[in-house]
Write a new protein. Structure first.
Length: 136
């Protein structure tokens, strides 16, 4: 923080730990964390930006394969990213963005789900949410 305050943009080069090279410095630790090689990981961007990049690269709706699946009650920026990527491809969110899992209702609010926020839900809990949701 001191470097940020004193150096501003110069911190890219002059900070004690220059932020220009943070990606290289963090890669070995990230690789260990996920069981990858240091050359197989990239530390970059925010989660939402990375989600957009992932979807731009891999979400290629064609023919009958147009659906993009996302958990119901996903983190809001995740859902916005998914929806905007569906729109970007000319697909229709109401048809092609499929949200899986329990609906958010007062009845399901207390039941464990596998969606955001994360819980230690069991499969049984998730099925209960689905049946509650479908009965509302
Ligand atoms: C599941 C999930 N998605 C998206 C975000 C947003 O992350 P970012 O601000 O890096 O885009 C968060 C942040 O906590 C998150 O937990």
């Amino acid at each position: 923080m001191r470097d940020w305050r004193n150096l501003g943009v110069e911190g890219h080069f002059a900070a004690r730990r220059p932020w220009l090279t943070y990606a290289e410095r963090l890669a070995p630790a990230l690789a260990r964390l996920i069981g990858a090689g240091p050359q197989e990981v990239a530390v970059m961007n925010t989660l939402t930006v990375n989600l957009h990049l992932l979807l731009v690269s891999f979400y290629r709706p064609a023919g009958e394969r147009t659906a993009l699946l996302i958990e119901r009650r996903a983190f809001p920026s995740d859902r916005y990213a998914a929806e905007s990527q569906v729109r970007l491809t000319g697909s229709i969110p109401a048809r092609d963005l499929i949200e899986l899992g329990a609906a958010w209702t007062a009845r399901t609010a207390c039941a464990p789900t596998t969606s955001w926020p994360r819980s230690s839900a069991t499969g049984r809990g998730s099925r209960r949410c689905c049946s509650l949701a479908s009965s509302t």
